[in-house]
Every structure is written in structure tokens, then in C-alpha cells.
Design a protein around this ligand. Sequence first.
Ligand code: TRP
Length: 362
Amino acid sequence: MKQVILTGDRPTGKLHIGHYIGSIRKRVELQNTYNDADIFIMIADSQAITDNAHNVEKIRQNIIEVALDYLACGIDPNKVTIFIQSQVPELCELTFYYLNLVTLSRLQRNPTIKAELKMRDFKNSIPVGFLTYPISQAADITAFNATIVPVGEDQLPMIEQTREIVRSFNSLYGDTLVEPTALLPKVKVGSRLPGLDGKMKMSKSLNNCIYLSDHPDDIKKKIMSMFTDPNHLRVEDPGEVENNPVFIYLDVFCKDEHFESFLPDYHNLNELKAHYKSGGLGDVKVKKFLNNIIQAELAPIRERRNESEKHIKAIFDILNAGSKKAKNVASDTVNKVKKAMGIDYFSDVDLIKGQIKKYTKL
Ligand code: TRP
């Protein structure tokens, strides 16, 4: 069977290196390995509006930022359909029918929704659209008959919800929708790079991110003031590498070749860690090394971004063409769904014939 890969991001800000490690890098790899798959990447503006209804302008401004970051990372619009969720109204139509297949208590049990509700502190004013976004996400996925959905671990409950909807739709109305599988990032830490401050994750609101589009000087400043082991006060002190974000970043980004180029006193990360743990290795030296590595990783991305920034109109054209293509595919699914449910009245010859018969006086 032909694979269909679909994934997406909410356009609430520029993308940071956590996004890059957790998902974007993987997508570029998929795009270059799955030659015969259909790949869709969606800018999930409608989903972002579910908790930004009073600030749509923020979402509006960030569409281009996310698109620029995609292209900068090497996502190739010739191989991937990049589209904007709100420009495919068929997704709303599917959502409306799926809403009837899910109970309120099922939504309230969704662990990601639970965590997000806590974080956003809606109290008794939870927007219905927010609570039901897992159902709209099921529409995003099934509209394209996606078989593979590359996501971070936090999205697993959404894929599970989608699978439940698919099963319940198919058993009620006959085999119509495709059940998707989640594809998680390989590196465990990769699905959640901690923030510069050592907090669980990089997040714009915590102001602890390195953005893909950051200026080299800002990247350096951010890395040099990163949180490390708080008990490693003097160079001679033994340090901890486990919960130390500097070493977690090194685990993700550092390759043996980097030592030859930037820190020839060591051969590999294990040697560097051993020295840090036994004492005698200062944070500044390790941070400078990390800075060199991150700068090397981000320089080509930034260059490509700078180039794309000169062609904003062309990028909107790419998004427009992608959205039209996505709309065509989603429209086929809506037709199938309506036919399966028996609400495709005007093309339902049997229905019309039957009704005529019922009202034909003999
Ligand atoms: N919920 C996803 C996120 O916050 C974004 C998203 C919306 C998505 N629709 C999707 C991801 C469909 C995968 C498939 O990152």
C-alpha cells in the first residue's frame, strides 16, 4: 500500500531547535527516503486559534515564519505538500461528523488535553473548540488517508483518539477511513529538548529557546548563560552530566568530528563527560564547545532562511498551491464519508427513486 505521511505544527511562533530535533529533521529525512509516499505538512492555524481566539493576529503573522523555517531546514515543496489548515474547509466538515463519535468524558480523559488545560488555566471557561481539537486533528489525519503520522510523544493521545474515531466510523458506516500509526523520534531526549534554563521543555512563554532564525551573537549569549550543574561552582568541583542541559544538548548535537575541529584535547563525548564528572573542567569551556557545534549546525539553516526571506510572495504561492492540492484530496474523503453515512442525497439515485415511489399514487 502507498504510504501517506501527514504531520503539522501550530503557527504560534518561530520554530526553535527543540522543534528541529524533535520533528523537522526527521521530516527532511522522510522526504528524502520515502520516494513514493505522499507527504503532507500542515500549518495548523485553525487548531492554534482554539486557544488564541482573541489573538488571531499572532497566528496570522506566524504562518510565514513557520513556512520560512520549514524551507530553511530543507523541506522541499517539490516533494512535500505544505498547506494551511484553515484553507481546507473540508476538515471542518469531517470534524462536525466525528464530534458525534466521541463522548465528552473521553475528551476530558485525554492526557495531553488535561496537561494543556492545567497550563492554560481556563478554569470554568474552557473553549469548546479547544477541548475538541483532538477530534479536529482526527479530521486532519483521516482527510488525507494518512498511514504514518510523525509526532512527538505528547501527540500520542491524539493519534489514539484518531484511531478510535476511525474504528467507530468504520464499524457504524462501513470501511471508509484509514487507521494511522504514530512515528516517534528515535532519540528519547530528542522528542523533548529541555529549555536553556533546564526546565522540561523549550517554550516561547518561558523564554528559554534557541530559535532557528536567531542571530549568531544571540545564540552565543544564550548558550554562555545556560543553566548547568548548580553544584559545580569552581572548575575543580566534580560536576554532574545527567540533568545538565549543556550535556543533554551535546548528547543530541555532538559528533566525534566536532572534537577534532573545536576541542582537540578530547576525542569523544565520553572523555569530556568523564573529565567533567571527576572535576577540573569548567562550564565555560564546555559551553564554548557547544556554541561552536550549534553555530555550525544552524549556519546553513540561517543562510537558506535569509535567501528565502527575499521571496515571500513565492512562498505564499507555494502555500496556496499546496492548500489547493490538499483541498482536492480532502474533498474526495468528504465525498466518501458522506456516501458511507448516506447523506450524499443528490447523487443517491436509489433514495430519490424510492421517495418518488413512496409518493406516486397507484
Ligand atoms: N497538535 C499538533 C501540535 O500541537 C499539530 C497538529 C495539528 C498535528 N494537526 C495535526 C500534528 C495532525 C499531526 C497531525 O504540534
